[in-house]
Design a protein around this ligand. Sequence first.
Ligand SMILES: Cc1cc2nc3c(=O)[nH]c(=O)nc-3n(C[C@H](O)[C@H](O)[C@H](O)COP(=O)(O)OP(=O)(O)OC[C@H]3O[C@@H](n4cnc5c(N)ncnc54)[C@H](O)[C@@H]3O)c2cc1C
Length: 496
Amino acid sequence: MAVEHFDVLIMGAGLSGIGAAHHLQQDCPKKSYIILEQRERIGGTWDLFRYPGIRSDSDMLTMGYSFRPWTNPKAISPGEDIREYITETAREAGIDRNIRFGHRITAAGWSSKEANWTIQAICTLPDGTEEPVTLTCNFLLSCTGYYRYSAGYNPDFPGIGRFHGRVVHPQKWPEDLDYTGKRVVIIGSGATAVTLLPAMAKTAGHVTMLQRSPTYIASMPAEDKIANWLRGVLPPMLAYRLSRWKNILYMFLMYQLAQFAPAMVKGGLIKKVRAALGPDFDVKTHFTPRYNPWSQRLCLVPDSDMFEAVKSGRADIVTDQIETYTETGIQLTSGIVLEADIVVTATGLTLQAFGGAELSVDGHPVELGSTLSYKGVMLSGVPNFAAVFGYINASWTLKADLISAFVCRLLNFMDTKGVRQVTPTTNSQKAAANFVEKFSPGYMQRAVADWPKQGSDSPWRVYQNYFRDIASLRWSAIDNDALRFSNPPRTGSVST
Ligand SMILES: Cc1cc2nc3c(=O)[nH]c(=O)nc-3n(C[C@H](O)[C@H](O)[C@H](O)COP(=O)(O)OP(=O)(O)OC[C@H]3O[C@@H](n4cnc5c(N)ncnc54)[C@H](O)[C@@H]3O)c2cc1C
């Protein structure tokens, strides 16, 4: 049977994959494309995670797409509303007709001879059997997010086999878990733990958040009053754009302030927590991190829900280390034992690039750790390939939109020029820093060596700065010394 061929193949039907397809339909209407999605539904993260209270921790006015207004009054929004927004976007634009579900991409090999990618996927049939599928495409766009879907990160805590209660990870939340009246211990201090705490405290007997060290937590109103007012008086798209820019500027200034005056920002954040929890609460132990604001992602909580849960007495926070699980709970190094019926290991994600697919160029495996990232979008020595990776200090979609639009511009440029291959080529540029700089959460530390690096100069820098990226991805000319355009020779491999 002939192998099916597409101009563009998008990996993943999450927030980024659907956004990329929308840009492609709009800016490159003649290109054929297909989305391969390993799961059975649209939504990625917002379909996978089903734990109580799951919601965004950035505002949806910046996490929504640039081309489709977010009209829900809640700016900090429940996961199911985000999933619905992504699904509706796909349905409205007919993108859903171009998705093949149940297709997990395992490998992609570039051939300079053919100037195309051969994609290997495993298709899971309705009866559960699996069969291999091969497709080809001219351009490969990875929208697989940044973490492993099959399982989250689960540290090997001592004595876990002894525990008689239930242990659950938020990435695989059991549908049948009834925690009404139960004693729950949540291990972790990140966005997931601070979301779970107030949500579970509503019906659980008691909830304890057990953290090794504290995180910065800031409350913001779930509803953005200005955005909601603007929506009442202006056409939806205009109101959305204004609110979006308001929030982009606010978050940008906050981040810059944290870089230039960390002590001041730290003081301000801690002061607000103290005001929320009252003078008797031990804010120094439980809410004063050792690092500066934004060295790790800052956790936003809507309408102080987490602080309210702690104040109500239905939940508390313990800052300590785990010595061992016991039959009935967790023993800490301080000697304290936390009795528990259920332990939730909100211990994080395992980073994974390109959904675990193995990339190769002319038969040579691509070693990601030895590549340089071109503008945070392409990889040195890897032709006709781009990947979406969003911001760590702002909403993911801000960068996803810029990347997708950039890819469309690149494809149109290649058509105009009559070339079939584009290869980022480092020339004398050397690795100077990790893909993401000045960002130290555990999941990043564990994986950073195996991720692409960045150079010291543009266009080999990966910015965490929306305004620099607008200049780099939207305004700058496509053609430059670092991109080699060619109509491929019949032999030879591509150098980095
Ligand atoms: C719990 C949680 C909360 C978050 N909250 C925020 C937030 O508030 N704000 C923010 O900006 N960011 C947040 N993020 C980051 C979040 O991942 C992004 O906002 C966004 O969802 C990323 O979209 P994506 O489409 O790039 O990736 P994903 O949502 O991860 O989607 C990737 C898709 O690719 C598919 N896929 C993966 N591998 C393969 C493969 N080999 N073959 C085929 N398909 C594959 C997956 O099944 C999935 O559908 C959060 C992340 C998590 C885990």
